[in-house]
Design a protein around this ligand. Structure first.
Ligand SMILES: [Zn+2]
Length: 510
């Protein structure tokens, strides 16, 4: 136990990656250069003030007078499986930084929750086990996760505080980081003795907003009510990440109490029971792009966002699918009705740059990065603008203030539709990318984009309606359509008649 008058010292480190194992076939293993690694003094420059868990760690530590020391923080955008030697290098770097920081009063990890390494299904559990071995049993470890992860037994056993973010869009990562520091400080001082139970559901992971009106918001409400009960430190849930061929890509409820494991299990079971009983509300719904365009045009006034969830680079997809763009072109809209932001095609962006603004070029756009991406769009395109692809996300969007560099980018006009073409895949968080290319969203009836849900934080206030469409793709909402060779048990809705064993039995505390 720590002397309550002395300054606490926490070490921060981790590897953060959402792994879409299905992307590996098309984009290869995620490599070392894909990771942004910072350590020491670089960490505050990179993360302070950002809506990331580490942003919250920094803010709360400063407020509470806690000393933070930084090991390596490695982050890569969602992509394919991490190569084994790449992970080993990152892991050793994180461990070395923690070793150098010892002795510490606590560890703050910055993981994702859906990391998969060649040969390791559970990056987070593997790294936590190694950190635990290094720091021993008496140093508490807290982790803030993305809710699109799977909780594993290793994460439960080797971590003390397991805190997935609660909101999708993830606008609460900073807040969860603040909570993690506060709880870790109380634990380090001996004022709390967290114990954690979990309940994994025999369902495929859920991709659904937690905004009001969605059933996922009801789960959050129940967790919040349980969180108020005596003895409960935190009650929340992982939605699971369905875009990974791993043994258990499932939602998991996690409850942490102050020393009462039975109570924690009972409450985790209670939330899991609710989800299971109401599972029909979580059944994936899919709307074809053509139908989505028809629905958007039927909205009488205001701007309508159509999001293509099936090719979301934020879920590890290549971002060059042409299904929604094809449907827009086929709708033969009057000029300046619709814009598309954005399609990933470096070749075409460079072709436009070479031809220059004002040129008309013949393009073969998109559809090049895998068999699910649709046929390339072959068309005459007018080059309206060419940019360096650099911009900063607006206030209010999920990653507000974050700087993007998408490489050479351009605005093409194809059959009256404005199409932004970028050289690096990204999902669209707000309209900064449109403004960069001279388009005011208020002057378009339809804004089409690639994102599953994070765009809502940046577009909700601007749009009179949002229509989600889904074609074939590596982040399709039709999660049951992905081939699965590694499942440890039968899952709903792959099997409609899955019978759930009695509460708690799927994840007995050891
Ligand atoms: Zn997420």
């Amino acid at each position: 136990m720590h002397n309550s008058n002395a300054t606490l010292r926490f070490v921060v480190g981790g590897i953060c990656h959402e792994t879409n194992t299905y992307a590996t076939e098309f984009t290869g293993y995620t490599q070392l250069p894909d990771f942004m690694c910072v350590s020491g003094d670089e960490v505050e420059a990179e993360y302070a003030g950002t809506n990331r868990s580490v942003g919250g760690y920094i803010e709360a530590a400063h407020a509470l007078g806690i000393e933070l020391v930084y090991s390596t923080l490695a982050f890569a955008w969602p992509s394919g499986t991490i190569g084994a030697s790449v992970y080993e290098q990152l892991k050793q770097s994180v461990l070395a930084g923690i070793r150098d920081a010892l002795p510490v009063d606590g560890v703050l990890m910055a993981p994702h929750g859906a990391g998969v390494v060649e040969g390791i299904d559970d990056l987070e559990g593997d790294l936590l086990a190694a950190v635990r071995e290094l720091v021993g049993d008496n140093v508490p470890i807290a982790s803030v996760y993305d809710l699109h992860g799977q909780m594993t037994d290793s994460m439960r056993i080797y971590g003390d505080l397991t805190l997935p973010c609660r909101l999708y869009p993830h606008t609460d990562l900073l807040q969860r980081g603040v909570e993690a520091v506060e709880l870790l400080a109380q634990t380090a001082r001996g004022a709390l003795g967290p114990v954690t139970a979990m309940h994994r559901l025999p369902m495929l992971g859920i991709v659904m907003s937690t905004d009001a009106g969605f059933p996922a918001a009801d789960v959050n409400d129940l967790c919040a009510r349980i969180g108020e009960r005596p003895g409960v430190i935190d009650c929340s849930w992982f939605h699971g990440f369905p875009y990974a061929d791993i043994p258990a890509p499932c939602p998991t409820v996690v409850c942490t109490t102050d020393g009462d494991l039975d109570l924690a299990q009972r409450y985790a079971d209670e939330v899991a029971d609710w989800i299971w009983t109401n599972r029909e509300a979580f059944r994936p719904k899919v709307l074809a792009p053509e139908e989505g365009v028809r629905q958007a045009l039927a909205v009488e006034s205001g701007m309508v966002v159509i999001n293509e969830s099936s090719d979301n680079p934020g879920g590890g997809a290549p971002g060059d699918a042409t299904h929604l763009l094809r449907a827009l072109l086929d709708a033969r809209l009057p000029p300046e009705t619709a814009c598309f932001v954005a399609i990933h095609d470096r070749e075409v962006a460079q072709q436009a740059e070479r031809a220059g603004v004002g040129a008309t070029i013949e393009v073969k756009l998109g559809g090049k990065l895998g068999k699910m991406q649709g046929a390339p769009i072959v068309a005459q395109a007018y080059v309206k603008a060419v940019t360096d692809g650099r911009f900063t996300n607006f206030l209010g969007s999920m990653l507000e203030g974050l700087q993007f560099d998408l490489g050479t980018s351009c605005r093409l006009i194809i059959e009256g539709v404005d199409v932004i073409v970028i050289s690096r895949p990204t999902q669209t968080f707000d309209h900064a990318m449109l403004l960069l290319h001279g388009i005011d969203v208020k002057c378009r009836k339809i804004v089409a984009l690639k994102s599953s849900n994070h765009f809502r934080a940046g577009f909700q206030a601007l749009a009179s309606a949002i229509v989600t469409v889904d074609g074939p793709g590596l982040s399709s909402a039709d999660v049951a359509s992905f081939p699965r060779s590694r499942l440890a048990q039968r899952l709903w809705p792959l099997d409609e008649d899955v019978v759930r064993v009695s509460p708690g039995q799927l994840a007995q505390p050891s």
